[in-house]
Write a protein that binds this ligand. Structure first.
Ligand code: AMP
Ligand code: GLY
Length: 426
Protein backbone atom coordinates (compact mmCIF):
# COMPACT_ATOMS: atom_id res chain seq x y z
CA UNK A 1 0.00 0.00 0.00
CA UNK A 2 1.20 3.52 -0.85
CA UNK A 3 0.69 5.86 2.10
CA UNK A 4 1.14 9.62 2.46
CA UNK A 5 1.51 11.14 5.92
CA UNK A 6 0.89 14.88 6.39
CA UNK A 7 2.77 16.91 9.00
CA UNK A 8 6.27 17.68 10.25
CA UNK A 9 6.38 17.40 14.04
CA UNK A 10 7.47 14.85 16.60
CA UNK A 11 4.01 13.34 16.43
CA UNK A 12 4.45 12.71 12.72
CA UNK A 13 7.92 11.21 13.18
CA UNK A 14 6.45 8.74 15.68
CA UNK A 15 3.57 7.98 13.30
CA UNK A 16 5.98 7.55 10.37
CA UNK A 17 8.11 5.16 12.46
CA UNK A 18 5.06 3.08 13.38
CA UNK A 19 3.45 3.14 9.91
CA UNK A 20 6.75 2.25 8.21
CA UNK A 21 6.95 -0.86 10.41
CA UNK A 22 3.68 -2.19 8.96
CA UNK A 23 4.03 -5.09 6.50
CA UNK A 24 1.08 -3.58 4.60
CA UNK A 25 3.15 -0.58 3.51
CA UNK A 26 5.11 -0.76 0.28
CA UNK A 27 6.08 2.91 0.28
CA UNK A 28 5.61 5.81 2.67
CA UNK A 29 5.84 9.52 1.83
CA UNK A 30 5.60 12.43 4.23
CA UNK A 31 4.78 16.05 3.44
CA UNK A 32 6.59 18.15 4.45
CA UNK A 33 8.38 15.96 7.04
CA UNK A 34 11.64 16.72 8.85
CA UNK A 35 15.20 15.37 9.10
CA UNK A 36 14.17 12.43 11.30
CA UNK A 37 11.11 11.48 9.26
CA UNK A 38 13.40 11.28 6.21
CA UNK A 39 14.77 8.04 7.68
CA UNK A 40 11.32 6.43 7.58
CA UNK A 41 9.68 8.04 4.57
CA UNK A 42 10.38 9.97 1.42
CA UNK A 43 9.82 13.62 2.36
CA UNK A 44 8.11 15.82 -0.21
CA UNK A 45 7.95 19.61 -0.17
CA UNK A 46 4.19 19.89 -0.61
CA UNK A 47 2.15 22.76 0.79
CA UNK A 48 -0.42 20.75 2.74
CA UNK A 49 -2.78 23.74 2.86
CA UNK A 50 -3.04 23.38 -0.93
CA UNK A 51 -5.50 20.50 -1.19
CA UNK A 52 -5.36 20.41 -4.98
CA UNK A 53 -1.58 19.94 -4.85
CA UNK A 54 -1.98 17.15 -2.29
CA UNK A 55 -4.59 15.40 -4.46
CA UNK A 56 -2.40 15.75 -7.58
CA UNK A 57 0.51 14.22 -5.71
CA UNK A 58 -1.68 11.32 -4.53
CA UNK A 59 -2.79 10.61 -8.10
CA UNK A 60 0.75 10.79 -9.44
CA UNK A 61 2.17 8.40 -6.83
CA UNK A 62 -0.95 6.18 -6.65
CA UNK A 63 -1.40 6.94 -2.93
CA UNK A 64 -4.10 4.70 -1.49
CA UNK A 65 -4.26 6.11 2.03
CA UNK A 66 -3.49 9.51 3.55
CA UNK A 67 -2.84 9.93 7.28
CA UNK A 68 -3.33 13.48 8.58
CA UNK A 69 -1.27 14.41 11.67
CA UNK A 70 -2.15 18.01 12.67
CA UNK A 71 -5.48 19.72 13.26
CA UNK A 72 -5.17 22.62 10.81
CA UNK A 73 -5.63 20.58 7.60
CA UNK A 74 -8.43 18.58 9.27
CA UNK A 75 -10.30 21.76 10.18
CA UNK A 76 -9.73 22.98 6.61
CA UNK A 77 -11.52 19.89 5.29
CA UNK A 78 -8.66 17.95 3.74
CA UNK A 79 -10.29 14.61 4.51
CA UNK A 80 -13.50 15.71 2.74
CA UNK A 81 -11.56 16.96 -0.30
CA UNK A 82 -9.53 13.75 -0.53
CA UNK A 83 -12.71 11.66 -0.20
CA UNK A 84 -14.32 13.64 -3.06
CA UNK A 85 -11.26 12.78 -5.15
CA UNK A 86 -11.71 9.10 -4.27
CA UNK A 87 -8.74 8.95 -1.86
CA UNK A 88 -9.18 7.38 1.55
CA UNK A 89 -7.86 9.47 4.42
CA UNK A 90 -7.53 8.93 8.15
CA UNK A 91 -9.02 11.65 10.33
CA UNK A 92 -12.31 13.45 10.88
CA UNK A 93 -14.29 15.44 8.33
CA UNK A 94 -14.38 19.22 8.47
CA UNK A 95 -17.72 19.11 10.30
CA UNK A 96 -16.51 16.58 12.86
CA UNK A 97 -13.28 18.56 13.36
CA UNK A 98 -15.43 21.24 14.97
CA UNK A 99 -14.86 19.30 18.20
CA UNK A 100 -11.44 20.94 18.24
CA UNK A 101 -12.14 23.84 15.89
CA UNK A 102 -14.83 25.41 18.07
CA UNK A 103 -14.86 25.30 21.87
CA UNK A 104 -18.47 26.55 21.83
CA UNK A 105 -19.50 23.67 19.56
CA UNK A 106 -18.04 21.14 22.00
CA UNK A 107 -19.63 22.79 25.04
CA UNK A 108 -23.02 22.74 23.32
CA UNK A 109 -22.56 19.06 22.46
CA UNK A 110 -21.73 18.33 26.11
CA UNK A 111 -24.90 20.09 27.23
CA UNK A 112 -27.06 18.33 24.65
CA UNK A 113 -25.76 14.85 25.45
CA UNK A 114 -25.09 15.15 29.19
CA UNK A 115 -21.31 14.88 28.98
CA UNK A 116 -19.64 16.06 32.22
CA UNK A 117 -17.80 19.36 31.76
CA UNK A 118 -17.42 22.70 33.57
CA UNK A 119 -20.20 25.31 33.63
CA UNK A 120 -19.75 27.87 30.85
CA UNK A 121 -21.04 30.81 28.87
CA UNK A 122 -20.53 31.73 25.17
CA UNK A 123 -20.08 35.37 24.21
CA UNK A 124 -19.72 37.38 21.02
CA UNK A 125 -19.05 40.73 22.71
CA UNK A 126 -16.81 41.99 25.48
CA UNK A 127 -19.52 43.68 27.57
CA UNK A 128 -21.52 40.48 28.16
CA UNK A 129 -18.35 38.45 28.74
CA UNK A 130 -17.12 40.97 31.32
CA UNK A 131 -20.47 40.97 33.10
CA UNK A 132 -20.35 37.16 33.26
CA UNK A 133 -16.83 36.91 34.75
CA UNK A 134 -17.66 39.66 37.28
CA UNK A 135 -20.65 37.63 38.37
CA UNK A 136 -18.75 34.30 38.50
CA UNK A 137 -15.48 35.60 39.98
CA UNK A 138 -11.98 34.15 39.64
CA UNK A 139 -10.33 31.76 39.10
CA UNK A 140 -11.99 31.30 35.73
CA UNK A 141 -10.91 30.19 32.26
CA UNK A 142 -11.21 32.37 29.15
CA UNK A 143 -10.97 30.62 25.77
CA UNK A 144 -10.98 31.86 22.21
CA UNK A 145 -13.57 29.76 20.39
CA UNK A 146 -11.45 28.81 17.37
CA UNK A 147 -8.02 27.33 16.68
CA UNK A 148 -5.29 29.53 18.12
CA UNK A 149 -2.22 27.27 17.94
CA UNK A 150 -2.57 26.29 21.60
CA UNK A 151 -2.44 29.91 22.77
CA UNK A 152 -6.12 30.71 22.97
CA UNK A 153 -6.69 29.62 26.59
CA UNK A 154 -6.11 31.90 29.56
CA UNK A 155 -6.44 30.35 33.00
CA UNK A 156 -7.18 33.54 34.92
CA UNK A 157 -6.40 33.33 38.62
CA UNK A 158 -7.71 36.86 39.26
CA UNK A 159 -10.61 38.88 37.92
CA UNK A 160 -8.12 41.37 36.47
CA UNK A 161 -6.47 38.63 34.40
CA UNK A 162 -9.85 37.45 33.13
CA UNK A 163 -10.83 40.99 32.15
CA UNK A 164 -7.51 41.50 30.35
CA UNK A 165 -7.94 38.19 28.48
CA UNK A 166 -11.44 39.16 27.34
CA UNK A 167 -10.22 42.55 26.17
CA UNK A 168 -7.32 40.97 24.28
CA UNK A 169 -9.55 38.40 22.53
CA UNK A 170 -12.18 40.91 21.45
CA UNK A 171 -9.63 43.31 19.99
CA UNK A 172 -8.69 40.46 17.68
CA UNK A 173 -5.50 38.99 19.16
CA UNK A 174 -6.53 35.63 17.66
CA UNK A 175 -8.34 36.99 14.61
CA UNK A 176 -11.56 35.18 13.75
CA UNK A 177 -10.74 32.46 16.32
CA UNK A 178 -11.47 35.02 19.06
CA UNK A 179 -14.65 36.50 17.61
CA UNK A 180 -16.48 34.22 20.02
CA UNK A 181 -15.21 33.57 23.52
CA UNK A 182 -16.09 30.69 25.83
CA UNK A 183 -15.78 31.34 29.55
CA UNK A 184 -15.52 28.22 31.60
CA UNK A 185 -15.53 27.18 35.21
CA UNK A 186 -12.04 26.59 36.59
CA UNK A 187 -11.70 22.86 37.21
CA UNK A 188 -9.31 21.51 39.82
CA UNK A 189 -7.79 18.07 39.89
CA UNK A 190 -5.25 16.06 38.00
CA UNK A 191 -5.13 16.67 34.25
CA UNK A 192 -4.78 13.68 31.92
CA UNK A 193 -4.94 13.02 28.19
CA UNK A 194 -7.21 10.20 27.08
CA UNK A 195 -7.10 8.84 23.54
CA UNK A 196 -9.70 6.82 21.67
CA UNK A 197 -10.07 5.70 18.09
CA UNK A 198 -13.52 6.06 16.54
CA UNK A 199 -15.09 4.83 13.32
CA UNK A 200 -18.15 7.06 13.59
CA UNK A 201 -20.19 4.34 15.22
CA UNK A 202 -18.14 3.08 18.12
CA UNK A 203 -14.80 3.79 19.76
CA UNK A 204 -11.97 1.85 21.30
CA UNK A 205 -9.69 3.30 23.94
CA UNK A 206 -6.07 3.72 22.92
CA UNK A 207 -4.12 4.58 26.04
CA UNK A 208 -3.82 7.27 28.64
CA UNK A 209 -0.96 9.72 28.95
CA UNK A 210 0.03 12.74 30.90
CA UNK A 211 1.45 15.80 29.18
CA UNK A 212 3.53 18.55 30.84
CA UNK A 213 2.28 21.83 29.42
CA UNK A 214 4.31 24.38 31.36
CA UNK A 215 7.73 25.27 30.02
CA UNK A 216 9.73 24.92 33.25
CA UNK A 217 10.24 22.32 35.99
CA UNK A 218 7.63 22.07 38.75
CA UNK A 219 5.01 23.19 36.21
CA UNK A 220 6.17 26.80 36.18
CA UNK A 221 6.17 29.35 33.38
CA UNK A 222 3.89 29.78 30.37
CA UNK A 223 1.93 27.01 28.64
CA UNK A 224 3.54 25.32 25.66
CA UNK A 225 2.49 22.68 23.13
CA UNK A 226 3.84 20.10 25.61
CA UNK A 227 7.31 19.59 27.10
CA UNK A 228 7.11 15.85 27.72
CA UNK A 229 4.74 12.98 28.35
CA UNK A 230 4.51 9.45 29.63
CA UNK A 231 2.08 6.56 29.27
CA UNK A 232 0.24 4.88 30.88
CA UNK A 233 -0.71 7.18 33.70
CA UNK A 234 -1.38 5.49 37.04
CA UNK A 235 -4.14 8.00 37.70
CA UNK A 236 -6.33 6.50 35.00
CA UNK A 237 -7.35 3.42 36.96
CA UNK A 238 -9.67 0.85 35.43
CA UNK A 239 -12.60 2.59 37.07
CA UNK A 240 -11.62 6.03 35.77
CA UNK A 241 -10.99 4.53 32.33
CA UNK A 242 -14.46 2.96 32.24
CA UNK A 243 -16.08 6.20 33.38
CA UNK A 244 -14.29 8.25 30.72
CA UNK A 245 -15.35 5.77 28.04
CA UNK A 246 -18.97 5.45 29.15
CA UNK A 247 -19.68 9.08 30.13
CA UNK A 248 -17.45 11.10 27.81
CA UNK A 249 -16.12 9.24 24.76
CA UNK A 250 -19.04 6.99 23.80
CA UNK A 251 -21.73 9.71 24.31
CA UNK A 252 -19.63 12.02 22.13
CA UNK A 253 -19.42 9.43 19.37
CA UNK A 254 -23.16 8.74 19.65
CA UNK A 255 -23.96 12.48 19.71
CA UNK A 256 -21.87 13.23 16.64
CA UNK A 257 -23.53 10.34 14.80
CA UNK A 258 -27.01 11.51 15.85
CA UNK A 259 -26.23 14.97 14.51
CA UNK A 260 -25.28 13.48 11.15
CA UNK A 261 -21.58 14.33 11.51
CA UNK A 262 -19.99 11.05 12.61
CA UNK A 263 -16.50 11.32 14.07
CA UNK A 264 -13.83 9.10 12.52
CA UNK A 265 -10.27 9.34 13.72
CA UNK A 266 -8.47 9.96 16.99
CA UNK A 267 -10.48 11.59 19.72
CA UNK A 268 -8.15 13.16 22.25
CA UNK A 269 -9.97 14.20 25.40
CA UNK A 270 -8.38 16.67 27.81
CA UNK A 271 -9.84 15.46 31.09
CA UNK A 272 -9.64 16.82 34.62
CA UNK A 273 -10.01 14.17 37.31
CA UNK A 274 -12.09 16.24 39.71
CA UNK A 275 -13.63 15.29 43.04
CA UNK A 276 -16.91 14.84 41.17
CA UNK A 277 -15.33 12.45 38.68
CA UNK A 278 -13.70 12.99 35.27
CA UNK A 279 -14.75 16.16 33.44
CA UNK A 280 -13.96 17.07 29.86
CA UNK A 281 -12.27 20.44 29.37
CA UNK A 282 -11.40 20.12 25.71
CA UNK A 283 -11.35 17.85 22.69
CA UNK A 284 -8.67 17.57 20.07
CA UNK A 285 -9.34 15.63 16.89
CA UNK A 286 -5.89 14.12 16.39
CA UNK A 287 -3.08 12.55 18.34
CA UNK A 288 -1.43 14.75 20.97
CA UNK A 289 2.10 15.94 20.49
CA UNK A 290 4.14 14.72 22.44
CA UNK A 291 1.66 12.10 23.73
CA UNK A 292 1.63 10.31 20.36
CA UNK A 293 5.33 9.56 20.71
CA UNK A 294 4.81 7.49 23.86
CA UNK A 295 1.64 5.86 22.52
CA UNK A 296 3.48 4.67 19.40
CA UNK A 297 6.29 3.19 21.50
CA UNK A 298 3.74 1.25 23.53
CA UNK A 299 1.52 0.06 20.68
CA UNK A 300 2.23 -3.58 19.86
CA UNK A 301 -0.36 -3.98 17.08
CA UNK A 302 0.09 -2.77 13.54
CA UNK A 303 -1.42 0.73 13.40
CA UNK A 304 -2.33 0.67 9.71
CA UNK A 305 -5.25 -1.82 9.93
CA UNK A 306 -6.57 0.15 12.92
CA UNK A 307 -6.55 3.39 10.94
CA UNK A 308 -8.19 1.67 7.97
CA UNK A 309 -10.86 0.18 10.26
CA UNK A 310 -11.57 3.68 11.61
CA UNK A 311 -12.17 4.94 8.05
CA UNK A 312 -14.23 1.93 7.04
CA UNK A 313 -16.52 1.73 10.10
CA UNK A 314 -15.00 -1.61 11.09
CA UNK A 315 -13.80 -1.00 14.64
CA UNK A 316 -16.54 -2.93 16.39
CA UNK A 317 -14.61 -6.17 16.57
CA UNK A 318 -11.19 -4.64 16.54
CA UNK A 319 -8.60 -5.35 19.18
CA UNK A 320 -5.42 -3.35 19.72
CA UNK A 321 -2.57 -4.73 21.79
CA UNK A 322 -0.12 -2.77 23.88
CA UNK A 323 3.25 -3.49 25.42
CA UNK A 324 2.97 -3.48 29.21
CA UNK A 325 6.11 -1.32 29.56
CA UNK A 326 5.86 2.38 30.33
CA UNK A 327 7.13 4.96 27.86
CA UNK A 328 8.28 8.51 28.48
CA UNK A 329 9.38 11.36 26.23
CA UNK A 330 11.39 14.47 27.02
CA UNK A 331 10.99 17.38 24.60
CA UNK A 332 14.14 19.31 23.80
CA UNK A 333 13.28 22.82 22.68
CA UNK A 334 15.33 25.71 21.35
CA UNK A 335 16.24 28.35 23.96
CA UNK A 336 13.48 30.94 24.16
CA UNK A 337 10.60 28.56 23.42
CA UNK A 338 7.60 29.11 23.63
CA UNK A 339 8.69 32.59 22.52
CA UNK A 340 10.99 33.36 19.59
CA UNK A 341 13.80 30.92 18.91
CA UNK A 342 16.91 30.84 16.77
CA UNK A 343 17.04 28.47 13.81
CA UNK A 344 20.06 26.75 12.36
CA UNK A 345 21.91 25.81 15.56
CA UNK A 346 23.85 22.55 15.40
CA UNK A 347 22.87 19.41 17.36
CA UNK A 348 25.44 16.69 18.03
CA UNK A 349 25.59 13.37 19.82
CA UNK A 350 22.29 11.95 18.53
CA UNK A 351 23.77 8.61 17.42
CA UNK A 352 25.40 8.14 20.78
CA UNK A 353 22.18 9.04 22.61
CA UNK A 354 20.20 6.45 20.63
CA UNK A 355 22.49 3.71 21.97
CA UNK A 356 21.04 4.00 25.48
CA UNK A 357 18.87 0.92 26.09
CA UNK A 358 15.19 1.39 25.24
CA UNK A 359 15.72 4.82 23.66
CA UNK A 360 14.14 6.12 20.47
CA UNK A 361 14.60 9.72 19.31
CA UNK A 362 11.86 11.38 17.29
CA UNK A 363 12.56 14.66 15.53
CA UNK A 364 10.26 17.68 15.51
CA UNK A 365 11.75 20.95 14.19
CA UNK A 366 14.95 19.70 12.54
CA UNK A 367 16.56 19.92 9.12
CA UNK A 368 19.58 18.14 7.76
CA UNK A 369 22.28 20.21 6.09
CA UNK A 370 25.73 19.05 4.90
CA UNK A 371 25.46 15.96 7.06
CA UNK A 372 24.54 17.91 10.22
CA UNK A 373 21.26 18.07 12.09
CA UNK A 374 20.17 21.67 12.70
CA UNK A 375 17.35 23.07 14.85
CA UNK A 376 14.52 24.43 12.76
CA UNK A 377 11.71 25.27 15.17
CA UNK A 378 10.61 25.68 18.78
CA UNK A 379 10.20 22.07 19.85
CA UNK A 380 13.08 20.26 18.18
CA UNK A 381 13.61 16.72 19.53
CA UNK A 382 11.69 14.09 21.48
CA UNK A 383 13.98 11.84 23.46
CA UNK A 384 11.82 8.81 24.24
CA UNK A 385 12.44 5.66 26.22
CA UNK A 386 10.61 2.54 27.34
CA UNK A 387 11.12 0.90 30.71
CA UNK A 388 9.59 -1.53 33.16
CA UNK A 389 8.45 1.47 35.21
CA UNK A 390 8.02 5.16 34.49
CA UNK A 391 11.09 5.73 36.69
CA UNK A 392 13.19 3.42 34.50
CA UNK A 393 11.92 5.04 31.29
CA UNK A 394 12.67 8.46 32.80
CA UNK A 395 16.20 7.47 33.82
CA UNK A 396 16.92 6.12 30.31
CA UNK A 397 15.48 9.16 28.55
CA UNK A 398 17.59 11.56 30.61
CA UNK A 399 20.69 9.40 30.14
CA UNK A 400 20.16 9.89 26.39
CA UNK A 401 19.46 13.62 26.80
CA UNK A 402 22.81 13.94 28.57
CA UNK A 403 24.60 12.54 25.52
CA UNK A 404 23.15 15.21 23.23
CA UNK A 405 25.34 18.26 22.73
CA UNK A 406 23.18 21.25 21.90
CA UNK A 407 24.01 24.41 23.87
CA UNK A 408 21.16 26.28 22.19
CA UNK A 409 18.48 23.94 23.52
CA UNK A 410 16.92 23.02 26.86
CA UNK A 411 14.48 20.57 28.38
CA UNK A 412 12.52 20.04 31.56
CA UNK A 413 14.27 17.77 34.05
CA UNK A 414 11.18 16.45 35.80
CA UNK A 415 9.05 14.79 33.12
CA UNK A 416 6.98 12.02 34.70
CA UNK A 417 7.48 13.28 38.25
CA UNK A 418 3.92 12.59 39.37
CA UNK A 419 4.06 8.94 38.29
CA UNK A 420 7.59 8.44 39.62
CA UNK A 421 6.49 9.81 43.00
CA UNK A 422 3.53 7.45 42.97
CA UNK A 423 5.78 4.46 42.11
CA UNK A 424 8.15 5.37 44.94
CA UNK A 425 5.42 5.42 47.56
CA UNK A 426 3.95 2.06 46.54
P1 AMP B 1 -5.51 24.05 25.83
O1 AMP B 1 -4.68 25.12 25.18
O2 AMP B 1 -6.92 24.04 25.38
O3 AMP B 1 -4.82 22.72 25.81
O4 AMP B 1 -5.59 24.45 27.38
C1 AMP B 1 -4.44 24.78 28.04
C2 AMP B 1 -4.52 24.35 29.46
O5 AMP B 1 -5.47 25.13 30.17
C3 AMP B 1 -4.99 22.93 29.68
O6 AMP B 1 -4.00 22.01 29.50
C4 AMP B 1 -5.45 23.00 31.12
O7 AMP B 1 -4.35 22.85 31.99
C5 AMP B 1 -5.95 24.39 31.26
N1 AMP B 1 -7.42 24.42 31.26
C6 AMP B 1 -8.26 24.44 30.20
N2 AMP B 1 -9.55 24.46 30.60
C7 AMP B 1 -9.52 24.46 31.96
C8 AMP B 1 -10.53 24.50 32.96
N3 AMP B 1 -11.84 24.55 32.67
N4 AMP B 1 -10.13 24.48 34.25
C9 AMP B 1 -8.82 24.46 34.58
N5 AMP B 1 -7.84 24.43 33.68
C10 AMP B 1 -8.17 24.43 32.37
N1 GLY C 1 0.11 17.91 23.82
C1 GLY C 1 -0.94 18.83 23.59
C2 GLY C 1 -1.48 18.81 22.25
O1 GLY C 1 -1.10 18.03 21.41
O2 GLY C 1 -2.37 19.60 21.98
Amino acid sequence: MHILLLGSGGREHALAWKIAASPLVTKLWCAPGNAGIAREAECVALDIADHVAVIDFCRRERIEFVVVGPETPLAAGIVDDLAKAGIKAFGPSKQASQLEGSKGFTKALCTEFGIPTGAYGRFNNAADALAYVRKQGAPIVVKADGLAAGKGVVVAMTLGEAEAAIAMMFVGAFGAAGAEVVIEEYLTGREISFFALSDGDTAIALASAQDHKRVFDHDQGPNTGGMGAYSPTPFVTEEVHDRIMSRIILPTVAGMKARGTPFRGVLYAGVMLTQDGPKLFEYNVRFGDPECQVLMLRMMSDIVPAMLASCDGQLRNFDLRWFPEAALTVVMAANGYPGDTKKGTRIEGLDDATKVEGVEIFHAGTISRDGHILANGGRVLNVCASGKTVAEAQQRAYAAVDRIRWPDGFCRRDIGWQAVERERTR
